[in-house]
Design a protein around this ligand. Sequence first.
Ligand code: B16
Ligand code: MG
Length: 221
Amino acid sequence: MTKKAFIFDLDGVIVDTAKYHFLAWKKLANSIGVDFTEHQNEQLKGVSRVKSLEKILAWGNKDVTEDEFMELMAIKNDDYLGYIKKMDQSEILPDVLKILDFLGEKQQHIALGSASKNARMILEKVNILDKFEVIVDGNDVSKAKPNPEVFLTAARMLNCEPLNCIVFEDSLAGIKAANIASMVSIGIGDKETLKEADFVFKDFTEISTEFLNEIIKKNKH
Ligand code: B16
Ligand code: MG
């Protein structure tokens, strides 16, 4: 049987760092006189740091110089890292460890495909860095999701055909990226928002080992 590659997004799939992104972006936006709501934060899920700040400045109708832009990004990231430093294994989302261990026992490839430049640090903090054979994050790719670069890079590093890759994603951009790459896309979150995915589950507690066994056995086409 061909070995499959299971590629996990980080924020919203393994841990809920969106809440820390929200606090840090809100503080930054407010400091320059821009409002920032949780609804707007939703639109930053899976979006890179640069693109997130561009969106916030556009929402607030703010123009900044290139130097100011870089400084604002650094301030936000320092603030965000303050939250990350306090993370531990208790912040791993329900049943993520169970699924990682199951896939490990079944000797499947396990990779990370995240837009975050802080991905390695977060995996270290929650103590699961060693569960990933390959890590592709915001430092390794230049094209943001829905461009499939992040997932295709992981597939290439694992020497695995895209058709044999399965992506777990919480953002629509990430689901689109997986679909464009001809991978199996599994949405984690809201069924309506993620309806373009091949499968959608509210969270990992809804994913059975029977389902995973079927995915391991099955060919996409
Ligand atoms: P950083 P993911 C993404 O992570 C987040 O969803 C997104 O909100 C964030 O802006 C992006 O990482 C960049 O993060 O500032 O740490 O480089 O969902 O792709 O794992
Ligand atoms: Mg995500």
